[in-house]
Design a protein around this ligand. Structure first.
Ligand code: PMP
Length: 406
């Protein structure tokens, strides 16, 4: 029951019609990276074949065309997350680089020994390790908000962990392991009541739900192109202008300067201050195309359909003997992590692969979360809006077949 024409959507993704081991590919590793529609790949081709030139500095025609396309892509991103200004959109290599940028530029400016950064117990390593690096440099303290047995953040603990020493809260919008949709608007409102800014890791959110950074009042919001039908190697840091203006550059080089002498360098305006070196003007254009592709259907319709897949998959998987699903939050999106009895996740994943089903196994770059759950890893099936109920039936039949082998 969806208004989306899933067959037509699937036809936009050539890879979905290939086989693996002579079986139709069932791709359920979308949380790791999504597949790409033809229009995104064609956008890359078009830049290289028709308008390739280094941007921002050229007087010549091609450079101007390439510059316009890159800056137009920035505006597409701005509109996509409803940022107030396009200069609040910084292109990065991905979520990881965006968080490292903030941990470095914000951390060096605003954090001193004993200050606290508050994260949660369900963060990806990308939202843990940069803060540990800052801890090693600055002697800050990393505090962690726990979650309950359903995989929902303990909001009372969150309130108690906010302290006069808290300099920043950094939280995943959606957990890449449990699928929990965290109450980020509430978290931001409460942090702001204490004048504490909030970074939201939206890597798993932007392709599954409409995101409005102004409605959320997020100070920083970060995501990766490759998880939202766009190309790999480009991502976005959104930051409120009032913060970005106060932060020093992260990388130095060309593009990010106003004037350079051996004695003193002055920096370019936003967003260029944070974009040292030749930007990925191919990736940006392709990312803009990916956004337009999603917007053709609407993030609400995409999210609603994926929710049907999630519910159906949950119901069907739960019929399997010994099934354990990790993460049963009331607000959940697109990800199911599971184990069957004591069957090792790697064995299950390998056998599913032989049946043509691509899932992720292991710790999903969230080892501390696995530690809290008391397990080493899970099997993770994650959905995109090109997936179907029939594919879920194939997954469930395959999991059942594999578990009977043990
Ligand atoms: N945060 C979350 C929640 C993620 O799911 C991921 C990707 N698995 C990342 C951060 C890191 O993204 P990237 O590797 O694209 O930088």
């Amino acid at each position: 029951d969806t208004t989306l024409d899933i067959a037509a959507i699937r036809a936009d993704f050539p890879i979905l019609s290939r086989t693996v081991y002579d079986r139709p590919l069932v791709y359920f590793d979308n949380a790791a990276t999504s597949q790409k529609p033809r229009c995104v790949v064609e956008a890359i081709e078009k830049v290289y074949y028709n308008q390739n030139a280094n941007i921002h500095r050229g007087v010549h025609y091609l450079s101007q065309v390439a510059t316009e396309a890159h800056e137009e892509a920035r505006q597409t991103v701005q509109a996509f997350i409803n940022a107030a200004e396009s200069r609040e959109i910084i292109f990065t290599r991905g979520t990881t680089e965006a968080i490292n940028l903030i941990a470095t530029s914000f951390g060096e400016t605003f954090c001193n020994e004993g200050d606290e950064i508050l994260i949660t117990g369900m963060e990806h390593h990308a939202n843990i390790v940069p803060w540990q690096l800052l801890r090693d440099r600055k002697g800050i303290v990393l505090k962690v908000v726990p979650f309950n047995e359903r995989g929902e953040l303990d909001m009372e603990a969150f309130s108690k962990l906010l302290s006069p020493k808290t300099k920043l809260v950094s939280v995943a919008h959606i957990s890449n392991v449990m699928g929990t949709v965290n109450p980020v608007a509430k978290i931001i409102a409460e942090a702001h009541a204490h004048n504490i800014p909030v970074l939201v890791d939206g890597a798993q959110a932007v392709s599954h739900m409409p995101v409005d950074v102004q409605a959320l009042d997020a100070d920083f919001y970060v995501f990766s192109g490759h998880k939202m039908y766009g190309p790999n190697g480009i991502g976005v840091l959104y930051g409120k202008e009032k913060w970005l203006e106060q932060l020093p550059p992260y990388h130095g080089g060309g593009e990010m300067i106003a004037t350079v002498t051996y004695e003193k360098t002055t920096y370019a305006e936003l967003p260029f201050k944070f974009e040292a070196g030749t930007p990925d003007y191919v990736g940006s254009v392709a990312l803009g195309e990916a956004i337009r592709y999603m917007q053709k259907f609407g993030l609400k319709a995409i999210g609603d359909y994926e929710h049907q897949l999630l519910q159906y998959a949950t119901e069907q998987l739960m019929k399997i003997d010994g099934m354990r699903i990790f993460g049963t939050a009331a607000e959940k999106a697109s990800v199911i992590s599971f184990l069957v009895r004591d069957i090792h996740h790697f064995d299950m994943g390998t056998l599913l692969d032989k049946l043509g089903i691509a899932v992720r196994t292991g710790h999903h770059c969230a080892m501390p979360l696995m530690h809290t759950l008391g397990i080493e890893g899970t099997i993770r099936a994650s959905f995109a809006f090109y997936n179907t109920k029939e594919e879920i039936d194939a997954l469930v039949a395959a999991v059942d077949r594999v578990q009977k082998m043990f």
